[in-house]
Write a protein that binds this ligand. Structure first.
Ligand SMILES: NC(=O)c1ccc[n+]([C@@H]2O[C@H](COP(=O)([O-])OP(=O)(O)OC[C@H]3O[C@@H](n4cnc5c(N)ncnc54)[C@H](OP(=O)(O)O)[C@@H]3O)[C@@H](O)[C@H]2O)c1
Length: 244
């Protein structure tokens, strides 16, 4: 796989725990160029040094706060070069209880997980780009499958991201460019502190699973057994789903 793997990577959410593990796996498989977009530059030094020194990769950084991307008054027009893989890894779980009564928190969750990403996705998915081989991986969530009382703000924003991305995926069915929507279950990162341990997968394992088939297209549950859990969750009668 090493020779056929991605040589350059664009990562939105370069400081994400999962993205960092994916970057290392990409580097192990021969990726030599990384562009990391995150809210702050200079905070991801451990990863950047490892990529530069150990894997001899070229790394560039760019700042972007997704909350600033949604204004129609001051439009955000990102510029994106050609990369072999584009990974969308930024995300914000937010405070669901607060969001129930505070529209600012609700809009923040939706802007980081969905609306703020749209300008980037539009710039990535040009007709010119999708004529070439390449991949877009989008980290969505099983939370997008049902509006559970405990996290429906996050779930709704990920559902919007999943549907938008599915449109991109279907635009690319007969194109060399592949779109992969990853509906992840619990992964052990700062986002899932307190989640049941037996349902959590490590970010390293997640990165390994994804790298097994780098050009995979479609919608997938990660790990696969979350598909079975979500089949059950989607079928739960409301009186039981209301407790989730
Ligand atoms: N962990 C899970 O169980 C799980 C499950 C399903 C899906 N996912 C998804 O997987 C992706 C990575 O999650 P993770 O677990 O690795 O989480 P993480 O370590 O908390 O990373 C979250 C990322 O989102 C960025 N971000 C947050 N607010 C932002 C903003 N306003 N503007 C720009 N970037 C912002 C963070 O940047 P800063 O460093 O600047 O905060 C960070 O890079 C997310 O999309 C998440 O929704 C995670």
């Amino acid at each position: 796989m090493k020779n056929d793997c991605f040589k350059s990577a664009f990562i939105l959410g370069g400081t994400s725990t999962i993205a960092k593990k994916i970057c290392i796996k990409l580097a192990e498989n021969g990726c030599k160029k990384f562009h990391l977009v995150s809210r702050e530059t200079g905070v991801n030094n451990q990863l950047i040094e490892k990529l530069r020194i150990f894997y001899k990769a070229k790394v560039t950084e760019e700042r972007n706060d997704l909350l600033l991307n949604t204004s129609l008054v001051k439009k955000f027009n990102p510029k994106v070069d050609f990369y072999d893989i584009y990974l969308i890894a930024s995300g914000f779980i937010g405070n669901n209880n607060l969001a129930n009564s505070n529209s600012e928190e609700a809009l923040k969750i939706n802007s980081v997980n969905y609306a703020g990403i749209i300008p980037w996705l539009i710039e990535i998915m040009t007709e010119k780009r999708i004529k070439h081989k390449g991949s877009l991986w989008i980290l969505s969530s099983v939370a997008s499958d049902r509006g559970r009382p405990s996290n429906y703000h996050y779930g709704a924003s990920k559902a919007a991201l999943s549907i938008f991305s599915e449109g991109l995926l279907l635009r690319c069915v007969d194109k060399p460019f592949s779109v992969r929507i990853i509906k992840a279950g619990y992964i052990s990162t700062p986002m899932t502190v307190g989640a049941p341990k037996f349902l959590c997968t490590s970010p390293t394992k997640v990165a390994s699973i994804l790298m097994k088939d780098p050009y995979k297209r479609g919608i997938e549950y990660l790990p696969w057994w979350w598909n079975l859990i979500m089949i059950a969750v989607r079928r739960l009668p409301s009186f039981l789903a209301a407790r989730l």
